[in-house]
Ligand binder design. Structure first.
Ligand SMILES: CC(C)=CCC/C(C)=C/CC/C(C)=C/CC/C(C)=C/COP(=O)(O)OP(=O)(O)O
Ligand SMILES: O=P(O)(O)OC[C@@H](O)CO
Ligand SMILES: [Mg+2]
Length: 247
C-alpha cells in the first residue's frame, strides 16, 4: 500500500496528482532518467514507465534503474503485457483492459505476470483500464472495443463494473498522442459513479487548459507522456501542467 497510500496523501493535501509517462523504447535509459529528473523539478508526483511496444527486458530494467538513481518519487510500471514488468520498480498498475475483445489483455497477461509480482517487492495497484475513441496504438494493440467519445454512460458502466470487481483505480485512456483528450462529460459521469475510487485520465493532454479541464471534470490524476517527450524544457512544461491542476 505504500505507493497507493502516498498518492492518496497527495490527493488529500493537494487535490490532484500529476504522473509523467516515460516510454523505455523512446530513448536511452540515461536520457529517460534526465527526463524524469526534469519532470520531478517541475513537481510531477510519480514516474510511470511503459509503452505498448518494445518496453521490456534489459532496456526496461535499465530504464527503471537509471530513473531510480536520479529521482525519489515513486516509479510505477504501466505494462503493455507481462513482459512490461521489472522487479526494480516500486509499483505496477495491475490493470485489466476491460473493454478488450482479447482475453489476453483482460486476464492472461495478468496471470503470466502475477508470480513475478508475488516474488518481488513491486506493489500491485489494481486498475480498470478503459480505452476510449480514438484509442491510438493501445486501442489497436489491445484490440479494444473502443468506447464512443459521446457515450459517457458506457464508460460509467465499465467503471462501475471495475469498481464492483474490486479495482481501486479506473484509467480513462484516449490513446497516446490523441488529438483531443477524453471529454469532460465522460470524466464527470465516471467520477460520479466511482465516488472515492480514483480516476486517472490520459491521452492527448498537452497544455494547462486541457489538464485543468480534465481535473475540474473529476480526474484525480492526470497523465502526460508525448508532450513531455517532445518539449525542450521538460521542467517548464510539467510545472505548467502541475500548477493548472493543484489547489
Ligand atoms: C498487469 C499486467 C502484467 C499486464 C497488463 C496488460 C494489459 C492489460 C495491457 C493493456 C494493453 C496495452 C497494450 C497497454 C499499453 C499501455 C501503455 C504502456 C500505453 C502507453 O504507451 P503508448 O505511448 O501508447 O505506446 P507507444 O508509444 O509504445 O505506442
Ligand atoms: O502520450 P499522451 O498523449 O500524453 O498519453 C499518455 C497516456 O495516456 C498514454 O497511455
Ligand atoms: Mg508513447
Amino acid at each position: 500500500m505504500q505507493v497507493e497510500a502516498h498518492l492518496q496523501k497527495i490527493i488529500d493535501q493537494e487535490g490532484k496528482v500529476h504522473l509523467t509517462l516515460i516510454d523505455p523504447a523512446s530513448q536511452t535509459p540515461e536520457r529517460a532518467a534526465e527526463i524524469a529528473l526534469a519532470a520531478v523539478k517541475g513537481d510531477t508526483d510519480a514516474i510511470m514507465i511503459g509503452g505498448s511496444t518494445g518496453a521490456s527486458g534489459t532496456l526496461l530494467d535499465e530504464t527503471v534503474i537509471k530513473i531510480k538513481q536520479k529521482v525519489d518519487v515513486p516509479t510505477i510500471l504501466f505494462p503493455g503485457s507481462s513482459a512490461g514488468l521489472s522487479s526494480y520498480a516500486d509499483a505496477v498498475f495491475f490493470m485489466s483492459l476491460l473493454n478488450s475483445r482479447d482475453i489476453g489483455y483482460v486476464v492472461t497477461n495478468q496471470v503470466l505476470g502475477a508470480p513475478l509480482v508475488y516474488r518481488s517487492q513491486i506493489e500491485p495497484i489494481s486498475m480498470a483500464y478503459l480505452v476510449v475513441e480514438p484509442g491510438g496504438t493501445v486501442g489497436w494493440v489491445g484490440d479494444a472495443k473502443l468506447i464512443p467519445r459521446r457515450k459517457p454512460e458506457i464508460a460509467a458502466a465499465y467503471a462501475l463494473a471495475g469498481k464492483y470487481l474490486g479495482m481501486h483505480y479506473t484509467y480513462l485512456e484516449a490513446g497516446s498522442g490523441a488529438d483531443t483528450p477524453v471529454n469532460p462529460e465522460m470524466i464527470g459521469a465516471v467520477k460520479q459513479v466511482l465516488g472515492e475510487n480514483k480516476l486517472i485520465v490520459g491521452g492527448g493532454i498537452r497544455d494547462a487548459k486541457a489538464a485543468k479541464l480534465c481535473a475540474s471534470a473529476g480526474a484525480d490524476m492526470i497523465v502526460t507522456g508525448t508532450i513531455v517527450e517532445e518539449v525542450k524544457d521538460v521542467t517548464a512544461k510539467v510545472a505548467e501542467l502541475v500548477s493548472a491542476i493543484k489547489r
